[in-house]
Write a protein that binds this ligand. Structure first.
Ligand code: NOJ
Ligand code: CA
Length: 566
């Protein structure tokens, strides 16, 4: 076929017909999450910005093996905001906060990123606005205002108390009394983040408009914030008490089971509304933030029919660390998904303690292997690729409102939001002046410059894994088959198969060595001799060949091997 004919065929293909998304960018995506305040400061005010991200695009992907090799970025909110929740309190959905730059900077970022085949996902915050948003200022001005119903207002109980017992995730009641109109408004998070009323049609339409605005600017999709909160019980029933709550020991928010204040069944239709907007942009993808088990995740997958929407899968963050629990969870998740569903596996983000702090550096290397070899999209939080660790921050004196409002439960998120550690110079190459949050203490040893030179570093491991993933069809589109556990519960292995290509991943979750053996009966038509090492966690056996009829896996060692077919 000539080039012209190929192009014609591409254009003539009806959009809807494509049930096979094998060539859609999401299927080969490795997403890198940028917390923009902390990535790179270009103008010396101590706060990361869009020009800083542009300066570091080559680090992310310069088209060679020397760069990280990711091909999509999700940027935490960059909209104008009073920053009470560091951008998750949006006061204008249609522009850029001057702290981060200008719309022109954003457009430059999109075009420079696209030139490097890096896709851009915007953070989309549909559940709440800032209390300073003009919509809320209007809404609160009078009961008769035409935007009154854009937010959720309710009368006090006869005794003046809030309308029901719902709690705010960030501490205290989810209701704040507003003296101007004598009613309470609902806020699932801070009182500075009033919840929009998704039962009001104009709200939905406005949010659809927001999505279209950014899609027309050329973005490739969205990460949708707090999707489970969009719809609340229309009867405003009290949430029941949580029988497992231990006063003083559990997060006070866990005192109730949040079955009426969030996670309502109508949520699926709200998700569908958003997906419908994306339907008109066949390249666009949406990932939704909700902490869910498998059945609820599956419901969200089914809420949209284009297979270009996925709920985040956060389950690996809290699974007990052993081969058996990982195998059980991943087997079950994979079995519930259809071939065109796009799974994803998350180990960390801006709300969670750093992977290397939670799990330790050795286990963090296993997390890297899992993310880059399992089916679906890896999401890598900035800095995880160099093994950044939490900065211990006293919650009372920290900046994060969650930690300050609810001290004593380790909820503050400053520790995982420290500036990116680029090198060992003053301010770690992040800025020329004091950063908005202190650097982690270890920046002189854990940093990009140093790790780039070290063939065994975390950064080298990530670069190698991402490069292998991107160039190995079985890791992008292959089916997943787990093998029987070995070494008690410690060794989890699985094969990814695509056409005649088979890739075996074997992982020792434990701190002891284990002798393992793979007979050809379990290898699905592949041989157990002459297997080529693509990568191992020590980054030391690449390109060697090995037999796997018997071998020893050292503590926390993982291998990625190409299997010869019979
Ligand atoms: C989830 C976001 O990840 C978190 O950072 C934010 O504080 C809440 N949603 C509220 O928007
Ligand atoms: Ca700056």
């Amino acid at each position: 076929m000539t080039h012209v004919t190929t192009l014609l065929c591409l254009f003539m293909k009806p959009e809807k017909e494509s049930h096979n998304l094998e060539h859609h960018w999401t299927r080969s995506a490795v997403v890198y999450q940028i917390y923009p305040r902390s990535f790179k400061d270009s103008n010396g005010d101590g706060i990361g910005d869009l020009r800083g991200i542009i300066q570091k695009l080559d680090y992310l992907n310069d088209g060679t093996e020397r760069s990280l090799g990711i091909n999509a970025i999700w940027i935490n909110p960059i909209y104008p905001s009073p920053m009470k929740d560091f951008g998750y309190d949006v006061s204008d959905y249609y522009s850029i906060d001057p702290l981060f730059g200008t719309m022109a900077d954003f457009e430059t970022l999109v075009s420079y990123a696209h030139a490097r085949t890096i896709k851009i996902l915007m953070d989309f915050v549909p559940n709440h606005t800032s209390s300073q948003h003009p919509w809320f200022l209007e809404s609160r001005s009078s009961r008769m205002n035409k935007k009154r119903d854009w937010y959720i207002w309710r009368d006090p109980k006869p005794d003046g108390n809030p309308p029901n017992n719902w709690l705010s995730v960030f501490g205290g009641p989810a209701w704040t009394f507003d003296a101007t109109t004598g009613q309470y408004y609902l806020h699932s998070f801070l009182k500075d983040q009033p919840d929009l009323n998704w039962r009001t049609i104009e709200v939905r339409e406005e949010m659809e408009h927001v999505l279209r605005f950014w899609l027309q600017k050329g973005v490739d999709g969205f990460r949708t914030d707090s999707i489970s909160y969009l719809i609340k019980d229309d009867g405003f029933r009290d949430d029941p008490p949580n029988p497992n709550y231990i006063a003083g020991r559990s997060n006070p928010y866990d005192a109730l089971l949040h079955i009426y204040s969030q996670g309502r069944p109508e949520l699926l239709s709200a998700a569908n509304t958003l997906c419908k907007v994306l339907d008109a942009y066949p390249h666009a993808f949406m990932v939704s933030e909700a902490y869910l088990g498998i059945p609820k995740m599956v419901e969200l997958y089914r809420a949209c029919d284009n297979n270009l929407h996925a709920p985040f899968n956060f389950n690996l963050i809290t699974l007990p660390w052993n081969g058996e629990s990982f195998k059980t969870f991943i087997d079950e998740f994979d079995a519930h998904l259809r071939p065109d569903d796009c799974p994803n596996y998350v180990f960390g983000n801006h709300d969670r303690s750093r992977v290397a702090t939670r799990l330790g550096q050795k286990r963090a290397r296993i997390a890297a292997v899992l993310q880059c070899t399992l089916r679906g999209m890896p999401f890598i939080y900035y800095g995880e690729e160099i093994g950044m660790e939490d900065l211990p921050v006293k919650e009372e004196t920290g900046l994060d409102p969650w930690g300050k409002n609810v001290p004593g439960f380790n909820l503050g998120r400053d520790p995982e939001r420290t500036p990116m550690q680029w090198d060992d110079t003053l301010h770690a190459g992040f800025s020329t002046s004091t950063p908005w949050l202190p650097l982690a203490n270890n920046f002189r040893t854990i940093n990009v410059a140093r790790e780039s030179l070290n063939p065994r570093s975390m950064l080298t491991l990530y670069r190698t894994l991402i490069h292998i993933r991107t160039h190995t069809p079985a890791l992008l589109n292959g089916s997943y088959h787990s093998l029987p556990l070995q070494g008690g519960k410690d060794i989890f292995s699985f094969i990814r198969i695509y056409k005649k290509e088979g890739i075996l991943i074997m992982i020792n979750f434990s701190d002891t060595s284990h002798v393992v053996s793979f007979s050809e009966d379990v290898l699905r038509g592949f041989l157990n001799t002459g297997c080529r090492v693509l990568c191992n966690t020590e980054c030391n056996d690449a390109k060697k060949y090995m037999n796997i009829d018997t071998l020893t896996l050292r503590p926390y060692e993982a291998y990625v091997l190409a299997l010869p077919s019979k």
